[in-house]
Design a protein around this ligand. Structure first.
Ligand SMILES: Cc1cc2nc3c(=O)[nH]c(=O)nc-3n(C[C@H](O)[C@H](O)[C@H](O)COP(=O)(O)OP(=O)(O)OC[C@H]3O[C@@H](n4cnc5c(N)ncnc54)[C@H](O)[C@@H]3O)c2cc1C
Length: 394
């Protein structure tokens, strides 16, 4: 909270002992805050005031005429306060109007992103397309965002600005405008796939958003570092919208233009029913286009009683048999994760990424800890002998 006190000689700032000497106690009690809590009562003693009293070093404050040094100090302190205020309000730690940079991704600051399109992907999941503005207002911020995006899997935080709750979401598409698009209309966008939880806080907020509304988003945030060709084969096990990070990674690996990245991928993708498979067409098409690189196994809890399995190949909960059958030939159990399976080609030939609802995580590999640390690999992957060396929980 910043307090400026109006005195006959001008405005004084209370943190400086020298300045406080020019302030009568009665004036301090009547001081009105110009920023911060409006519930300040003139008969209460604020922490700022207590600090001011202790820093005077004198039981009786003596009026003192200000000279150039005082003026200079006032200017410096006020400038610092203004700078701090701007920084805090921009990063939203401070209650105030954020200095917005619409459509700009910044890792530490929320900026408003306008919803330009939405589409239902399944009865509970929709795609939300937000406008991204280019060029960024700050070149440094654009560079930083691009470096994080290039480093691997990334997500964003989206905030419900009514109750100030935020949740992470993984963009499934991110476009940058072609350098030729200089017609003034931004062509860049970011797609989020969000499942609606009937009692969820942020997912309900997102689903209530209408075209033209803006939501506060910050990012990118690195969730898993990816190095091309570090792993010969990446196995992805996902449930529901847990497919979002997998899809981001698959499109990134297959989209590398130089063809240098030869990583092979297997996706095991579990959903409740065949009506409930977001990105089914996109994944099927990618598998058709890259049969040697991508293998997708669709799993549903229950096949339709009328039509049976049409889209999916497997019915039921994820099982040890199913997962063991899709893992590329593992080294003998005794050597997995012990370090003895290191080959000259690759230090870690197989990586298993897992992402999904808590029940599925528990079954497959165990949940992450509350502080988001990985914890031990348990569940089916633990039984198969895999450890944190080969498994990453997203
Ligand atoms: C890195 C990362 C990336 C992610 N990417 C995505 C993504 O791309 N897409 C996506 O959809 N999700 C994603 N998630 C999950 C997402 O962050 C949220 O956890 C999810 O949207 C639920 O948030 P929420 O605020 O709506 O629900 P919450 O309020 O957190 O509630 C979570 C659960 O508790 C239940 N619940 C809440 N309140 C009550 C109540 N009073 N009584 C009973 N039950 C209740 C809800 O129904 C829900 O099942 C990601 C998570 C991480 C960590």
């Amino acid at each position: 909270m910043f307090l400026l006190w109006r005195m006959p000689g001008g405005y004084l700032y209370p943190h400086s002992p020298a300045l406080c000497r020019g302030v009568e106690e009665t004036a301090i009690r009547a001081a009105t805050p110009i920023a911060g809590r409006s519930s300040y009562r003139s008969d209460s003693v604020s922490p700022v005031l207590v600090k001011a009293r202790f820093t005077t070093g004198s039981s009786r404050w003596q009026p003192r005429r200000g000279g150039p040094a005082v003026t200079l100090t006032v200017v410096v302190v006020a400038s610092l306060a203004a700078l701090l205020y701007c920084d805090y309000s921009r990063t939203n730690y401070f209650v105030g109007k954020p200095k917005s940079r619409p459509g700009n991704l910044e890792p530490l600051a929320y900026n408003p992103f306008t919803l330009i399109h939405r589409e239902e992907l399944s009865p509970t999941t929709s795609l939300f397309r937000f406008r991204v503005e280019y060029p960024y207002r700050s070149k440094d911020m654009e560079d930083l965002a691009e470096r994080i995006q290039a480093a691997g899997l990334w997500s964003v935080d989206l905030k419900d600005h009514f109750v100030q709750t935020c949740r992470s979401y993984t963009p499934i598409a991110w476009s940058v405008p072609a350098s030729s698009s200089r017609d003034g209309e931004p062509k860049a966008y970011m797609d989020l796939m969000v499942k609606l939880y009937p009692h969820g806080s942020v997912s309900r907020f997102v689903h209530a958003t209408r075209i033209g509304d803006a939501v506060e988003i910050r990012g990118p945030i690195l969730t898993w570092q990816y190095t091309p060709n570090k792993h010969k084969h990446i196995v992805m096990i996902s449930g529901g919208t847990g497919v979002a990070p997998m899809y981001q990674l698959i499109t990134r690996i297959l989209g590398t233009e130089d063809g240098c990245d030869q990583t092979q991928m297997t996706l095991v993708y579990a959903n409740r029913s065949e009506q409930d498979i977001p990105l089914y067409n996109e994944l099927t098409e990618l598998q058709r286009k890259y049969p040697d690189r991508l293998n997708v196994h669709f799993v549903v809890d229950k096949a339709s009683p009328d039509t049976g399995l049409v889209k999916a190949q497997h019915e039921g909960l994820l099982s040890r048999e199913l997962i063991a059958s899709v893992l590329p030939s593992l080294p003998p159990h005794s050597t997995v994760g012990s370090g003895s399976d290191i080959s000259p080609l690759s230090a870690n030939p197989i990586m298993v990424l897992v992402s999904g609802p808590p029940g599925m995580m528990q079954l497959v590999c165990g949940n992450k800890f509350i502080d988001s640390s990985q914890g031990e690999v348990t569940g089916i992957l633990g039984q198969l002998g895999l450890t944190n060396r080969n498994v990453f929980k997203l």
